[in-house]
Design a protein around this ligand. Sequence first.
Ligand code: ARG
Length: 411
Amino acid sequence: MTDRIVLAYSGGLDTSVAIGWIAEATGSEVVAVAVDVGQGGESLETVRQRALDCGAVEAYVADARDEFAEQYCMPTLKANGLYMDAYPLVSAISRPVISKHLVAAAQQFGASTVAHGCTGKGNDQVRFEVSIQTLGPELKCIAPVRDLALTREKAIEYAEKNDLPIETTKKNPFSIDQNVWGRAVETGFLEDIWNGPTKDVYDYTEDPAFPPAADVVTITFDQGVPVALDGRSVTPLETIEELNRRAGAQGIGRIDIVEDRLVGIKSREIYEAPGAMALMAAHRELENITLEREQARFKKTVDQRWTELVYDGQWFSPLKNNLDVFIDETQKYVSGEIRLELHGGRATVQGRRSETSLYDFNLATYDEGDSFDQSSAPGFIDIFGLSARTASQREERIHGKPDLSGAGVEK
Ligand code: ARG
């Protein structure tokens, strides 16, 4: 039997050419696999037919939008996953779900190898290949752009020569990756990091400088996951889609960063993630009122480590799985409602309400009904400050009184 290669297929120029290119370079049959993670654009059926027209022996398409929202976006929300405190892992979380479908298709169609369209300079090649190796250790990986010298120019030439049913003239200056969680744009004039993004970079968001009237949304969470918007039950996918529309209209979730790639390069990227950023603002605030202090402080460290692992392509790794267990356990009481005002580029928390909150009005109030025993405070402070005080007494014994000059005290 002829060897088979499963190709991660987007329907675009490069992967359409890759079908024939791989077949010619390796003598294998190519099975195209397209996974819908909410990137929009053409229908799965159109993409499937194009793959077959470009010479794929089989074409497998999967609507993975709910799976992606539930099993990849929601864990990212629970982990408040922002790489370098800014990037909500848009591309990083789509690679593992796509990889899962690639491995399933490879097993179904008897393929020995999986191919993807990444270059040799980015994070995505690592995410695909580490995920694929983990889920299907018997599989090999190739990347035609990286390993079979498939350049952009050669792709255009090949498509024209072979009359492939794909546009070769539409010249987009940017490299774009998008899904329901957000959109990533790089290359072109953005590579000069002094250049500001122009209007045409954006698609999920409107200009926050000219917002419509404020939009107030109430998000109900159950154990860290949104379950209703303004009292209407919604699935995770519906939540993200609706907030993409509403927060996007207000220009929320535009991010411009120079980020540290896993391969050692610093690269400039523009992201748009209106729904994700609005949800994270709400989720973080609900955690503020429902997590116990030490749990919250420690979770920040766990969240950050989780985020780095996911950015670095370790979605299916043991440590990431362990951290998921911790994070899930912390979400036990992260239930309740957050009222958010969406306006002019900002998602601002205005109200919080939770049956499982640790906020105790009677402890916090400065008004009548205060149940906090202030007479205990001096004793607490005395003991809390004891170790620093002891150290400072030693300092004074050895070096004399502390130098207070520069403190602004008048002589
Ligand atoms: N730099 C981001 C990441 O590594 C996004 C890469 C997506 N690709 C793109 N063509 N913009 O997750």
